[in-house]
Every structure is written in structure tokens, then in C-alpha cells.
Write a protein that binds this ligand. Sequence first.
Ligand SMILES: [Zn+2]
Length: 527
Amino acid sequence: MKQHPEDFVKQITEQARPLEKAYYLAEWEAAVEGSNEAIGRVKDAQAAYMRFWSDPELFEAAKQLNKSGKVVAPLLARQLKLIYLAAGQNQQDEATIERLTELEGRVRQRYYNYRARVDDRELSDNEIDDVLKASRDSERVRQVWEASKQVGRQVAEEVREMARLRNAAARAGGFRDHFHRSLLLDEIDEQELFSLFADLEEQSQKPFAELKGEIDRALSARFDVPEEELRPWHYGDRFFQEGPQLGDVDLDSLVANQELEKLAAATYEGLGMEVGAILSRSDLYPRSGKNQHAFCIHVDREGDIRTLNNLQTTHRWAETLLHELGHSVYEQYLDPKLPWLLRAPAHTFTTEAVAILMGSLTFDPEWHTRVLGTEEEKAQSLTAAALRNDQAKKLIFTRWCLTMTHFERVFYSNPEADLDMVWWDLVERYQLLRRPTGRQAPDWAAKIHIALAPVYYHNYELGHLMASQLRKRLTEEAGGIVGRPAAGRWLIERVFSPGASLDWRTLVEKATGEALNPQYFVESFEF
Ligand SMILES: [Zn+2]
């Protein structure tokens, strides 16, 4: 291809732009409606999008232009790199695209519409969480937990087939498997990632074991069972990714009688950021047929930013709403003058970092006094409990993320392995849970990310690391975060505005003055 690099980028942009928008809009509609028609439209829009990026000539041209080293203008070079990476991720033949989008559509349908059945009653995810969080009845939590896992059986075979297809495409391109290709073409070095995770495993080992001991003692008392009889259903959520609440303070009582939308708007207003328009475009409350998770989507890279939530007046949903709006403000304050391809976060984990940082404000003592209006004295007593829960949360999440990331590596290295066994081996190793006696079930497939957000989970952990670095810098710059417009300005200028014009390494260095590292995150493990 003898095209001029600028023309090449322009042409790709013009073609990719409407395809991406159609795909994202379809995703949004399917998530809020859950109807077969909407999910069918995602399948078609996704296939069109993938077909575009799968073009081998496009890939070859991007590769040559990247390799030539002739393009030195930074914005142009970065756009070429992103085109090369997107095309590389999507190299696969038409039959693979057809089959993969068909399987994804079917699986999406099952997850979105699945409601656990217990005693002839259908339970939403929120209802399941309520039972797991509050019940004192072992038999009841076991039933509800088991019902929540049934979706795994419904999708496991299809999810396995998706892994085979993704692997075949990756191998045809010379990669070991899909896991390898995904990381590499997302600018993550697999070895570096796993040595970082080994470090996190080691550094979290002792504090996590202590925390787990404390949780076990509390649960043993709450359920009136010996500690040896505690099983995964006792731990307060479906995967022990968050864990039960610690201490006597009921975090939910902190937000009782509050309107989460107003709290969120006030939180962002304090940072000098406007979220009213985003909230009004969002779909915030639960409904049957609607996707039960939460996410943020920037439909057109021109400001049509929306979030999906399933709000209840609980601490967890307050945190989730702030989290999704964290993604949203990142998108909203991208420099609008950037070319379309660069009008996106620097990396998936950099936007997770901002979202995690914002969600964690719900544990910040200043949030309680400045946003919730809690009296200083009462706030003092709550603060210690809230901080303790935040620390526990980071530890519990880290161990869960180790399970997920290691599982995905095994999953793609051999989708035919005894995955049910692999899953529980990892859960026992990293999360220190006891597997249910004699359980033979694809519990790994009950986690939607394995199927529909493959090789994504590590981004949350990297996001935690970066969030801790950002918090440290913001404390130096602005004395904290809540109610400080200077903190908001710093985030907009240093982190949001550059968008994808910088790769993540450069962004983290430039913004925080240090390379991405676990130091500040790990410091928070110690109680
Ligand atoms: Zn997120």
C-alpha cells in the first residue's frame, strides 16, 4: 500500500467511526432492554465492526507503516499504532466472526435474562446479594448461592467453544493463545504482569490470612457453625470478591434516606466536574430483563456518555455509581481537539484507576462530612470502620483477582482441562476458601467476564495500583480529593485530557512522576 500515512489514518477513522457507534448503541439497547431483537442487533453490529478490523490488508498496511519508523509526528504515530493493535486483535476469518458473535449473542442473552430460582421464586442479583449479606441461616445462603451458579451450567459449553475459536485465530497469527495475543496487543507484557502478580500474592499473603481469620471467626458466630464448616456461600457475595462487612457500623445506614444521584452530583461538583447531563442520559434503576451489572459507555466519542446501574440505596451502589461516573468524567474531559482515534482513555486500566479512585471516596471520612453532611463527631466513629472496610476490600479483591487472572491463563492454554477442578484449586489457593464437598459444576462460567470481557480482569488490579498512586499525588497537590476543585483540575489536565495520545507507561510517569508500581497500594494492606 503506497498510501500516505495521514490519508491512511483518515480513511480508517472515517470507516471505523460509524461502525463503532452502531456497535456501542446496540450494546446499550441490548443491556437496557434484554430483548432477543436487541441482542440480535448487537450480534450484527459487532460482526460488522469485527469484520472491518479483521481485514488482513488493513493490518498489513498498519504493520508496515508502524515498522517503517518514518512517521515521527507523535499524534500520527500513536494513531497508526492503535490501528495496528486493533487490527491485530481482530485478525480472524469470516467463519470465526460469524460463529463467535453468534455464541456471544446466545451467552449474552442467558446472562442478561438469568434470574436465580429458589423455592419457585425468581431472585435478581440484588436480592441474592441482600440474602448473602444479611442472612444468618446457613441453609438459606447455600440454596441462594447454588441457585446463582446455575447460569454457569447453561453457558459453560458455549464459553469453552468461544475459547477454542479465539485461540485458533490467535494461533494463526503466531501467538501462543488468545490470552497471549490479548495482552501483547493491549501493550501489557505478560511476564511483567505475572511477576507483579506474584509480588502482590506474596505481599498480601500474611495480611489476607489474618483478615480471613477474622472474617471466619465473625461468620462462625453469625451462622453458628464451626469455622471448618464455613463454605463459599457464607462469605457475603457470590464470588467472595468483596467480602462481608466488618465491624459494628452498618455502612448502608450511612446512605439511608439519601438520594444517590444527588450525592453523586455533589461529589463531582466538589471537584469542579459536571455530571448532570451524564446522569440524565443514564439508565439507573433495576428492571426485569435489564442487564444487572453496571457500566459506562461513550457511544460516539463526542460526548454521548451514559452509565447503566441498578441502584438501590446501599453503600455498595453509592460506590458503584461514583465508579461509573469516574469512567464518565474521564471520557467527558478528554481533549475534544484530539483526533477521533485518540479520543479515548490511555488504557483500560487507567480509566479503571479513576473509577476505582472515585468509588473509594465513599470510604473517605471527608466524603461523610462534606457530601453526606454527617456530623463531625459521628463521622469520627464511622471513619475508622469505613477505612477498615476499604482496606479489607482491597485485600479481598486482590486475592480474587489473582484467582480470575490465573484461571484465564489456564483456560486459554487448555480449554479442555478439568476447568471445574482448576477453578476450585485456584479459589482455595488465593482466596483461602474451602470448596463445597463433592461439587462438580462449571462455577467459573457463572462469572460473566470469562465469557464476555475476556482477558480483562487484570486491568482492575492495575487500576487499583494506579488509583493509589493518584491518591498520593492528589494529597500532595490538593490536600485530598473530596470538595477540592484543585484535585479535579489536576485530574483533568494530567490524566483525562491527554486521552490515548500517550501510551499508559508514559501517562503514568508523566502524571504521577513514577512508573506504575505496587508500593502505595500494598501499604494499604497493613491495618
Ligand atoms: Zn470500571
